[in-house]
Design a protein around this ligand. Structure first.
Ligand code: 2AM
Ligand code: CA
Ligand code: CA
Ligand code: CA
Length: 257
């Protein structure tokens, strides 16, 4: 399959799964906590969505290697070849308590390099998708690169939990930016930056959180790196900075000082 066929196939899966997920929003959910953390939730919908998407990927390639959030015990140890990423509900806290601002996300990488990413804003029925060769799209509309604003003029998105806990840099980002916002979903945050509705996002994230948005951002004039300005490790958690080029330059300089 070429990139366009892969995009159309996966986009159709996500549309179908999104519709199904919207239908469950007011149903009774089984909510559990993970890793002894009361703020880290998983529901029956997270688990079922992942299972459904895994089966779809396996229907394309029975030997597919997949990095997925729930029960991710045998993560690939090398980025060689194709790796799929699945976040079956991103923003589970929002899904359970706000019924808005959560996403279903996937990505495909080849030899550690992005091919395509998908972020479905489930309640707004909006799919942000694309990759470095294919371009960035919202539904069937091609996206242009957002305006290149600097940190002083940037609306920055960040992890509120890390901000209040005093993790390095969060306070300074909030302080130096024009404004800061906390959305509670890495996927929705990435898509805001991709859509030009915010100029950056800073959080510590897992590969399934940042792989989709990083792939789509690669089609645009946006920078996505770790705090040292280096490419992200696609197998492990990273501190992730996505921003317009100017804001990203300001942020990297700020982190170095
Ligand atoms: P999740 O909802 O798929 O877990 C805010 O919590 C954002 O950070 C969400 O996108 C969430 O993804 C992600 N996140 C990553 N690691 C997390 C953790 N340990 N606890 C809560 N959220 C986490
Ligand atoms: Ca989770
Ligand atoms: Ca997530
Ligand atoms: Ca998730």
């Amino acid at each position: 399959m070429d990139v366009k066929e892969i995009d159309q196939t996966v986009s159709a899966w996500l549309e179908e799964l999104g519709e199904h997920t919207r239908g469950l929003i007011h149903e009774h959910l089984t909510v559990k906590t993970k890793e002894g953390n009361e703020r880290n939730l998983v529901t029956n919908v997270d688990v079922a969505n992942q299972k459904w998407l895994l089966a779809k990927i396996q229907s394309l390639d029975p030997n597919a290697r997949v990095i997925h959030e729930e029960g991710d015990s045998n993560r690939p140890t090398s980025t060689d070849g194709d790796i799929w990423y699945i976040d079956p509900i991103d923003g589970t806290m929002n899904f359970v308590h706000e019924h808005v601002d959560f996403a279903i996300m996937m990505a495909l990488y080849r030899d550690g390099k992005p091919v395509l990413g998908w972020i479905l804003d489930v309640m707004n029925q909006r799919l942000v998708h694309g990759g470095p060769e294919y371009g960035a799209w919202v539904d069937d509309q091609r996206l242009e690169s957002p305006e290149d604003v600097n940190l002083e003029h940037a609306v920055m998105l960040l992890s509120g939990r890390r901000l209040v806990a005093g993790y390095p840099g969060y306070r300074e980002v909030a302080d130096r930016a024009l404004a800061f916002r906390v959305l509670g979903s890495s996927g929705i945050s990435f898509s805001r930056v991709i859509l030009g509705q915010a100029s950056g996002y800073y959080s510590k994230l897992e590969p399934w959180d940042f792989a989709p948005g990083t792939a789509i951002a690669a089609a645009l004039n946006l920078a996505v790196t770790n705090l040292d300005g280096q490419p992200l490790n696609m197998l492990l958690s990273n501190s992730v900075l996505i921003a317009t080029q100017s804001a990203h330059r300001d942020l990297i300089k700020m982190f170095k000082d």
